[in-house]
Design a binder for this molecule. Sequence first.
Ligand SMILES: Cc1cc2nc3c(=O)[nH]c(=O)nc-3n(C[C@H](O)[C@H](O)[C@H](O)COP(=O)(O)O)c2cc1C
Length: 303
Amino acid sequence: MTRFLGLKPDSLLVLASGILGLTASSLKRVIDFGAGAVTTKSFNLEVRKGHKAPSIIPFKNGVLNAVGLSNPGVQEMALEIEKFKKRCDAPLFASVFGRTIEEYGEVIQQLIDRVQPDLIEINVSCPNVRSEFGTPFGDSLDDTARVTEIAKKYAGKIPVSVKLGPHGPGIGRLARVCEDNGADAITAINTVGPGMLIDINVMKPVLSNKTGGVSGPAILPIAVKSVYEVFEHVSIPIIGTGGVTGTEDAIQMILAGATLIGIGTAVYYEGIEVFAKINRGITEYLQKHGRTSIEEIRGKAHE
Ligand SMILES: Cc1cc2nc3c(=O)[nH]c(=O)nc-3n(C[C@H](O)[C@H](O)[C@H](O)COP(=O)(O)O)c2cc1C
């Protein structure tokens, strides 16, 4: 059992936001297959259609996505979270975003008036909505500070994790600003980029949005380095996310300092069985190295 902000998930693996995260039944299924906690798809106040297809393109070392934060809005998502909570005791993290800094407060208010998630994840770092929203708030120390402050004010007793990317003024400094403004945890990292791939037959970008966030194995080294850097800057726990598809990747995240590990794109690569596979792999790794608990190796790469 893992301990995280007073929660006791059965596994340290968490479903990352944006993958199988729209309905109670898909979220519950991920728990049944071995995740310790689940994160919803990011949602805001209103229904959003997102970008036109094709919006998710797999490539050799990852996935390029420009889903564009499509979601059914806070009302519908609150109903799904409520359904999940009735059927399942595992922790659920609600991922929210706002078009403006003030909107983060409104969406949190509307959410917790209806249902209480176990944690609210604040998405300030989506790289594929720049054409519509401009530079993500998470690229600025001041904006990140303001969003964190507002989120904490509205979330009340519910813990808040701020989801950061590797861009902007440096993820360590950003994480420190989040901690200084009351964040309870950091989720690191979001997709990277944006990047682009070009179809050589059609001679055009493969995504309708042209650019998209990069995820999966291609970003593992960036994610591990980001978690390592965040660990050096803050004392709050880290949900290490990015490019984890197997046990060795997950162990690297723990050695860098992660308390929980987010798994997203690996579900496309390995199937939903990836959670059970990594859970078994971590247990075997600990046995092989004569350790009785994960706490004994957390952050060990810093020594
Ligand atoms: C198709 C897709 C949709 C995503 N949607 C969201 C989202 O709505 N909110 C968010 O915070 N992150 C979103 N992400 C980012 C993931 O949660 C994760 O941070 C990132 O993909 C890196 O982890 P991974 O390599 O394990 O996928 C999305 C990723 C993908 C591939």
